[in-house]
Each structure stands twice: as C-alpha cells, then as structure tokens.
Write a protein that binds this ligand. Structure first.
Ligand SMILES: [Zn+2]
Length: 107
C-alpha cells in the first residue's frame, strides 16, 4: 500500500513538536533608549541603554517582564519555539483539510 504523503507529513510535524515543549507565550522585545537623565552617556543618543522584554497577556492582563541580558537569549529562543509550534499546527490543519477534501471528492 502506498504511503499517504499527507499522513507522512503529519507524522513528521507531530514528531517535531516535542522539541518545542519549552515554548513561551508572548513577544520578545529588544530596544534601545535614553533613560531621560541628563549628563548620562545615553543623553547624546550614541550610547543607549539596551533592554530586553517579554511582552505577554498574562492572567488576562498585558504585562511586560524585564529580562537581564543573561536570560534574554533563552527567552528569545522560547518565544521563537511558539512561532514554530503555530506554523506546524497550521501545516497540520491544512494537511488534514487536503485529505478530507480528497476523500470527499471520491464519494
Ligand atoms: Zn541613561
């Protein structure tokens, strides 16, 4: 029996999800700004403060969590996982619909 390419695709997508299990919700934000205090290095606009944030709806409210540079890369990677998870879910749903339409067309 020939392998259904859609089922093969779905199997590969499902197996890929395990590696995304540490995903985080929200958006990772990296920005540079002046702190507003005069006579600081940042005041000239050249040496800005760098900040890393996780912006997320948390327990029903929009929240912003400040991140140390040390934690920033970890959080960026986890937020990225969520995007890949959603891409996989989208591909899986489309694949299921293609199979459904193909089978429906045969009846
Ligand atoms: Zn400053």
């Amino acid at each position: 029996m020939a392998i259904d390419p859609e089922l093969d695709l779905r199997g590969r997508l499902i197996r890929g999800l395990g590696s995304l299990r540490e995903m985080f919700p929200g958006s990772f934000v990296e920005r540079s700004r002046k702190c507003g205090k005069p006579n600081r290095r940042c005041a000239g606009g050249k040496y800005l403060h760098h900040e890393f944030l996780l912006s997320v709806v948390w327990e029903g409210k929009p929240r912003t969590f400040h991140l140390s540079a040390e934690l920033a890369e970890q959080v960026r990677a986890k937020v990225e996982m969520r995007k890949r998870f959603e891409e996989s879910a989208g591909k899986m749903a489309n694949s299921n619909l293609r199979r459904f339409l193909r089978q429906k067309g045969k009846k």
